[in-house]
Design a protein around this ligand. Structure first.
Ligand SMILES: [Zn+2]
Length: 110
């Protein structure tokens, strides 16, 4: 629930700064390894937006593919877990370059 509230607060502040009364949509990015369950977030969002400037705003979610980096091969590749194996050399990879983000990318205001 706190994630949904944060998103709405961020979008609400942004709308206020632009003098908008209503938010039409909120576009967010969620990394595959951000630890966010999207269906749960969507549910919380629909509850949390009630009575706010985002009351009728659509939540548009972009899922970001996680990327790992192998220091041995100096290559990036898509991963699904925190602990992965480099597809080229088979070494354990522990550097995560992408996939933990959770941010409001843009909002559409009326
Ligand atoms: Zn490698």
């Amino acid at each position: 629930m706190s994630i949904a509230l944060n998103i709405i607060n961020i979008a609400g502040r942004e709308a206020q700064e632009h003098g908008a009364a209503e938010i039409r949509s909120i576009n967010i990015e969620i990394g595959a390894l951000a630890g966010v369950e999207i269906s749960a977030l969507e549910f919380c969002y629909r509850v949390a937006r009630k009575g706010t400037a985002a009351d009728r705003a659509e939540l548009v979610i972009d899922e970001i593919q996680a990327l790992g980096f192998c220091r041995h091969c100096e290559k990036e590749f898509p991963i699904d877990f925190f602990v992965s194996i480099c597809p080229d050399c088979g070494e354990a990879v522990n550097e995560i370059r992408k996939g933990r983000e959770l941010r409001v990318r843009s909002i559409q205001i009326v």
